[in-house]
Design a protein. Sequence first.
Lengths: 256, 327
Amino acid sequence: MIALDGVAIGVAQRTLVSDIEAHIEPGEFVAVLGPNGVGKTTLLRAICGMRPVLHGAIALDGTPLRALSPNARARAIAFVTSDDAMIETLRVRDVVAIGRYPHHPWWEWRENADDDAAIERALRAVHLVAEAQRLFTTLSSGERQRVWIAMGLAQDTPVLLLDEPTSHLDVRVAHEILALLRALAREGRTVLCVLHDLNDAAAYADRLMLLGCERMLAFDVADRVLAPALIERAYGIAVSRVETPDGPRVFAAMQT
Amino acid sequence: MVSLRLLGLLLLLALSLLVSLLVGGSTITPDAILRSLLQPGAHDDVTTIVWQLRMPRVVIAAIVGAALAIGGALLQGMLRNPLVDPYLTGVSAGAAAAIAIAVLAGIAAPYLPALGFVAGLLTAVLVAALARRGSGLDSNRLILAGISVSALFSAVITFAIVRSNSLSSAQSILAWLAGSIAGRGWRDLLFALPYLAIGVALALLAVPALDAMRVGDVRARAVGVNVDRAQWIILASTSFLAAAAVALAGMIGFIGLIVPHVARRIVGSSARALLPASALCGAALCALADAVARSIVAPSELPIGVLLAFIGVPAFLYLYLHQERPA
C-alpha cells in the first residue's frame, strides 16, 4: 500500500500541492488528474523517491520511502516517463533490459535466467516480442511508449507509476495502453497514472485523484470526481456531464 | 558475437604491438627481435634496444591510447554527446599551461611530467567545481566549463611561447603540445601506472550505471541508478586516465574523440563491450601511429599528436557524417 500523509510537493521550495492525504491499495488503478503545471509529475516523482517532499511522509507498505536505498526503491516502484531521450544504436530488447538494473549488484554485469524471463514477460505484455531486435529509433510513438512501459514492467515491481503514457498517441493505441494498465492492476499491481483525458480516466481507473488550486480537490470514484463544479474549480472551464451505460462522462463547453 | 569481435580486436592489438616493435631507428632483423623477446635476460645490444628502448615505448603508446579511448567513451556516454573527448575535463590544457610556465621558469625536464599530471588533475577539479549543480553535475555546465577553462589555459600557453626568450624553451613547449613518446621509459610508466589503475577501476565501477544512463538520466534514476554518484565516478576516472596519458605522452588528440566512435560501430553502445573495445582499438591505433611517427622521417621523428591529427580529422569527419550503424 502507498500511504501519503500530509504530503506537500513543490519545485525549488515553491509549493505546488499541499496536504495530500491518500492511501492507495494494492491492485488499484489510480488516475492522477489536474491542469498543466499543477504538480502531477512532481507528485509521481516524489512517490518514486526521485524528488523529496516539502512536508509530510510517503510510505510504501509501512516503510518510509526515505528509508529505502535507490536500488531497493527501484525494486518496489517503477516510474515510466514518456519524455523523449536521444537513444542511438539501442534495440528494443536492450532498452527493456535496462529495467533489470536494480536486480543486480554493481559487480554483476551479466543477464541471468530471471532477467531473460522478466524481459520476455514484459515484451509479451506490450505485444513487442516480434520487435525485440528492432532499433528503438525506427519505432512509432505508440511502439516507443510500449517499450518504456515494458522497461517498467521488466523492473518487476508491485507498483507502477506512469507519467502521461497516452500523450501523442492515437485513440486506438491509447486505449490499448489503458487496457494493458487495467489488466496489470487486475493482476495485483498498483498502477498510478497521470492522464489528461478525464473520460479515459473515468473509463479505466478505479479511483481518480484530482489536483487543482494547490491542493488535492478529490480522491474518489469517477461518479463523485466528475462533478461539473469540481472540474470547473480545477480546470477553470465549464463542463457538462452525460450519463452513459459505462458511467459518467464530461464534455467541455465550447469557448467563444 | 560481441565476444568474437573483442577477440578480433585483441588479435589486432597483438599484431600492431608486434609491428611497432619491429620498427625503429636501428635496422634489426625480425628474427633477432623475436629471439630477444624470448630471451629477455641476454646481454647484447639487440636485447637492450628491444627491452629498454622499443618495448617501453610500444607499451606506453598502447597504454596512452587505451586510456584516452576509455576516457572518451566514458564522457561521451555520460554526456550522451558524441563530440566530447577526455580533454573536456581541462586536464590537457591545465597540464600544458603548467608545463609551459615551468619551462619558462627553467624547471628541469624530468620534473615536467609529474608537474603536468598534478596541474591536469587540479584543473579537472576546477572544471568539476564549475560544473557542479546540487549533488551532481550539469552536462551543459561541464561542457561550458571544460571549453572555457581550456581556452583560458591555451591563452596562457600562447603567452608563454610568445614571452619565451630562447628558441629552445619555445621548442620544448611546442614539442610537448605536439605530443610525443620519444625518450619515455619504464620509469615513466611506473609513475603513471597507479593512476591509470585507479582510472580503470573507477571506469569498471561505472559500467552498469553508464549502460542505464543510455536512456536518459531520469530513467536511469528511476531504475535505481545513483546518477550523481555515477557522474562523479566517471569524471574522476576520465580525469585520472587523461592526466596519466598526458604525463606520459603530452597532448595526443583525436584518440579520445574518434576511437569510441569506431568501437561503437564494432561492438555497439553497451559500456561492458564498448570500454574494452575502445581500449583495444585505442591501444592498437596509438601503437601503430607511434611506429609510423618513428619511421616515416627517420632518423628524426614526427610528433605522434600531429600524425594522429592528420589521420584523425578525416577519419572523424567520415565517421560522423555517415550515419551510425549498430553492431
